[in-house]
Design a protein around this ligand. Sequence first.
Ligand code: SF4
Length: 433
Amino acid sequence: MPTEPTLLRYMTRFRCIAERCEDTCCSGLKVPVSEPQWARMRAAVAGSPEESERLHQCITPNPGGASAEHAFLQMRPDGHCPLLDTERLCSLQRRHGDAVLPDICATFPRVVTRWGERLEVSGTLACPEVARLCLLEEDALEPVFTPVESSNVPRPETARHIPVDVEDAYAFHAETVREALLRLLHRREYPLASRLAMLGHLAHGLDGFYFRGTEAFRGEARAAAEAQLSEVLQRFESPDVLEAVHRDFTGLALPGGPCVGLFSSVLRARMAAGRGERFSTLARGVLESLGFQEGTPGDLDAAWRTYAERWRQLEALHDARVHQYFDNHAAHSLWRNPFIDAPSLLAYVFGLALRVGLLRLALVGHPRVAELCQAPSPTAESREQLDRAAVETFQLVAKHVEQAPDFLALAEGLVGPGRGAEALGKVLVFATF
Ligand code: SF4
C-alpha cells in the first residue's frame, strides 16, 4: 500500500472560484470557533474599534461547549455570514489573511483524513466547484499519490485522525475492505443499482464477524477471522457470484411509492428548516414537477410512475452522462465518508443506497431536467443544461441534506441495528429505486 498522501484527482484541479461562485462556502452552515481561534480573531481586529464591534456582534458563545466549539459565528437571517463583504468575500480573510480564520473556513471544501500516518484528501460536494469537478470529469475519482502542497491541505494538524490499530479490527482492515467496495463499484458493465446490491451482499457476508467493536479478531482467533475476511472479499471478485446477484436483484419488483413518500418528506422537512433560497427553490420545483401540491401528501403512486417514466427518458437521452454523475458520486462517498463511521458495513451501504435514491428523485424532479426529458434527441446544449442541473442538485443536497443531523438520524432509524438479512433487505429496497 502506498504511503504517499493521496488526493482524488478532482481535488488536484480545485481552485476556489470566489466571486464567480453561485454559492458561498458558509451560507446555511454553523461555524464553530475554538477558544484559541477566537483569541486570534480578537487580536487581529483589535486595532479597529469598528471591526472589533462587528466581530463581537456576530459571535455567539456556546455555553458549556468544549474548547473546540467555544462559540459560533451567528449567520444572518438569510443564511449568509455577517463577515462577508459586498462582493460576497470574507472580509476577515481579505484584511487579515487565512491564519485568522476558524478551521472550518480555512479548510473548506477540503476533507482531510489521516489514516495512521497517511493523509488522504477529498472534498465536499457542498462546494459547487468541487461538485462540478467531481461529477463532470470521467477521471475525477482516480487517486493520485503525490507530495501534498500546503495549498491542498491547509491546517493538516486539524485533519481527522483514524488510528490504524491492530487491536481495532474494524479500522485496521478498513482500507482493504474499501478497496474491494471500490472494485465492485467500478464493475460498470452492471447498472449502479445492481452494484449497490452487490455491496449489500458483500457487507452481509462480512456481517457476522466484521463490525464496530468486533471481538472476532482477538488473540488466536485472528488468523481464522482474517482468512474469512479475505475469503468473502475474494468471493465478490468472482464473475459468477456477481452475475448471480445481478440476476436475482433485477428480478425484484418493488413498489416505489413508499420511497417517493419518504424522499418527498425529507425535502419538505429540510425546506421547513429554512435552508436558504437556492435549496428551497430546488426542493419546491422537484416536488411540484412530480405532482405534489403544497400542503397535501400527494399521490405517491402517481409520483412514482412519473419518476420512473422520466428516469427511463433521461437514460434514453443521456445514458452515459447520467450514469457518470451517479458512479462518481458513489465512489466519492466511499472516499469522503469512511464506512467505519457506521456501526456496520451494512448500515453504511444502506446509507449510500438511501442517498443515491434521494439524489435520483431530486435530479429527475429538477424542473429543467423534466423539460429536457421531453426533447426528441440529445444535443450539446441539452447536455450542458443537464450538467448544470446535476451540479446544482448534487451540491444542494450535499450541503443541505446529506450531513444534516435529522437526515442522518432518519437513516439510522430506518436501518435499525444495521445487521443481518433485514438490513440487507432494506439495502435492496432502496437500491431498486
Ligand atoms: S463554495 Fe467553493 S468555489 Fe464557492 S466560494 Fe466556497 S470554496 Fe470557493
